[in-house]
Structures are given as C-alpha cells and as structure tokens.
Design a protein around this ligand. Structure first.
Ligand code: NAP
Length: 309
C-alpha cells in the first residue's frame, strides 16, 4: 500500500505530525521502534510544557499521546527504519527491520536523538552494571547509595536532582565551572544538600569489579589533582547525537548529522520533512518538537497537494 505520508518516530514531534496529517484526511503510517513518547519516557517530570502547571511525568504525557492517537485511524507500524530511497515516481521506499518495507509519497523524519557516549575507560565494560543513561529507568537500583552524574546541560542537572531524591549522595561531574543548563535547575542543584559539584573536572576512568561499578576516577583540569569518588552508579548525560543515518544521502545534514531544514521543516530533498530533535537547531524541548511536528505536517500536506494537482 502507498501511504500519503510516513511519519518516522513517535515522540512529541512525530505524534503531532501524525495527528495533523490524519486530521487533514491523509493516509498516514506512524513508524516506531519502541514505545510512544520517545525521550519523554526517560524524563521524570516535565515542568515546562504549557497546560501542566503542576508538572507531568514523562510516562503520563506519553500515555496521553497514545490516547490521543487512538482516536484516529493512523496505521501504527512497529520497526526500525534502516534505510530509505526515492523511487523514480518520486515516492519513498522505507526498508525496516525484519525485512519489512513501506512506501509513502512523503516522509516526516522525527527520530530525534540518542544519548552520546562519554568515551571514558570502563564505560563500555560497566554499561548496564553501574553505567546508565537513564535515571528514571535505573535510579531506583541506587536507593540510598552514592552515584555520579556526568554533564552540565539540562539533562544532567535535571537527572542529578531526580537522583538526589533517591540516592544517598550525588556527585555532579562537569568539565567546566559554568553549567549550560537552565538557571532554575542550576539554583536547585546548588541548594540540594546531597549534591556535591565536581566542576572543572573530567572522568579519567569508571572503575569496578564483578559486582559492578565501585568508583569514578576524576581529574581536576586546572590543578591536575585526581581523586576517586566512591560511587555505585554513574549516569552519563553529555549530550545527544541524531538518529538520521537512515535518510537518503541527499538530505543535507550538519557535521554532527543533525538534519538541516528551512523554517517550514522542509529538507534539501523535496518530499522529506524533519521535525524535533533530529533537526539542527538550538532549542530542544517538548514544546518545540510539538511545534516542529505541526509545521512539518502542514508543509507535507501542501507538498502532497501540489504533487497531486
Ligand atoms: P547538552 O545541552 O548538549 O549538554 C551536554 C553537556 O555535556 C554539556 O554540559 C557539555 O559540556 C557536556 N559534555 C559534552 N561532551 C562531553 C564530554 N566528552 N565529556 C564531558 N562532558 C561533555 O545536552 P543535554 O543536557 O542532553 O540536552 C540536550 C538538549 O535537550 C538541550 O537542548 C537541552 O536544553 C534539552 N533539554 C531540555 C530540558 C528541559 O528544558 N527541561 C531537559 C533535558 C534536555 P560543555 O557545557 O562544556 O559543552
């Protein structure tokens, strides 16, 4: 079957794009590799999405997305898009995991970004045995125990605060003295009694044994002083990298792989649109992803109207 539009990724951008496209009367496939919600599923509390003044838990918002989608005839396709190409007639062929294929006249890429690795010795060895990229998923294993968080952006600050309510002591390790995360989180982190800031410092090694992690060796960059922080868990939040490798080569990306779009979410390849964290842009929020999704759907609708005229 040829869909009018294939939306890839069911995070805030993809869910919005799918809703707008199906409400325009189009035949829409929404492809998702895991559960609806994307990154919000690994976010404890969302405090800055309008309409939820008391904040909302990530999984609760994901449930509401699911409930909203259920009211419409969007075809839900389970799988990972491995590659894609444009056919001679201008439509797109998506190759999915398990040998599935899908054809659509337009594609809206909303596959977001995934956590970047720190690259420190021990990170690989102890992945899943003390090294985590998701405090909401794994934080409970460290109830009353000491942990480290690495990074200085919003994710690191938010997750350090989340962990400070569960763990014993939280060391927040950041390579600079200034954080890039929002002031509201910086203030809370500085005020938290059980968060120790380890700034201007890098992780030299994540250490441990058969039972998992038992320490992090850190080095203060200015003085060269080293010390080992006695922790059972290390939560790494050093930024994101885009999930964009499956798009055709003629969809232009920046050096890091984030997709370049115009203000209407059109990519360099007519018929392919991108929305949310997969895009090269500064603001990465649930609200901006939702806005991108609506804009991309509107642009895709116009594209299809012109194509079918
Ligand atoms: P980010 O803002 O890119 O921050 C990454 C942090 O990791 C930076 O502090 C960076 O240090 C550090 N870092 C990068 N590479 C490193 C390395 N190799 N070794 C040590 N430290 C390293 O990433 P993020 O916090 O994951 O956030 C991603 C996006 O989502 C951002 O746009 C963020 O605003 C948004 N977000 C928003 C919220 C919210 O508003 N509530 C929550 C989460 C995420 P430097 O500062 O020195 O570069």
């Amino acid at each position: 079957m040829l869909y009018d539009a294939a939306v890839i990724g069911a995070g805030p951008a993809g869910v919005t794009a799918a809703l707008y496209l199906v409400r325009s009367g189009l035949k829409v496939a929404l492809v998702e590799n895991s559960a609806t919600g994307g990154q919000i599923l690994s976010t404890a509390e969302i405090e800055n999405y309008p309409g939820f003044p008391k904040s909302i838990k990530g999984w609760e918002l994901a449930d509401l997305f699911e409930e909203h989608l259920a009211g419409y005839s969007v075809d839900r396709v389970r799988g990972q898009v491995l590659s894609s190409s444009q056919k001679e007639d201008g439509s797109f062929l998506l190759n999915l995991s398990e040998g599935k294929t899908l054809e659509a006249s337009a594609v809206v890429a909303c596959t977001g970004a995934r956590h970047r690795l720190l690259g420190a010795p021990g990170e690989d060895t102890f992945a899943g045995k003390g090294v985590s990229y998701c405090a909401v998923c794994d934080g409970n294993f460290y109830r009353g125990r000491d942990v480290a968080v690495v990074g200085g952006g919003n994710s690191a600050l938010e997750e350090a605060l989340y962990l400070s309510r569960i763990a014993g002591k939280v060391y927040l390790i950041h390579r600079r003295d200034a954080f890039r995360g929002a002031m509201v989180y910086q203030k809370k982190v500085r005020e938290a009694a059980n968060i120790e800031l380890v700034t201007g410092s890098v992780v030299d090694e994540i250490r441990g044994g058969a039972a998992g992690v038992d320490g992090v060796a850190v080095r203060h960059l200015a003085s060269g002083d080293t010390r080992v922080l006695p922790v059972d868990g290390v939560f790494i939040y050093v930024g994101m990298e885009p999930v964009s490798g499956y798009l055709p080569d003629n969809v232009n990306r920046d050096a890091a792989g984030f997709v370049l779009t115009d203000t209407e979410m059109c990519t360099s390849l007519p018929g392919v649109f991108a929305a949310g964290d997969i895009r090269a842009k500064r603001c990465r929020q649930v609200s901006s992803a939702v806005g991108d999704g609506a804009t991309a759907a509107t642009a895709a609708f116009s594209y299809l109207e012109q194509r079918n005229a």
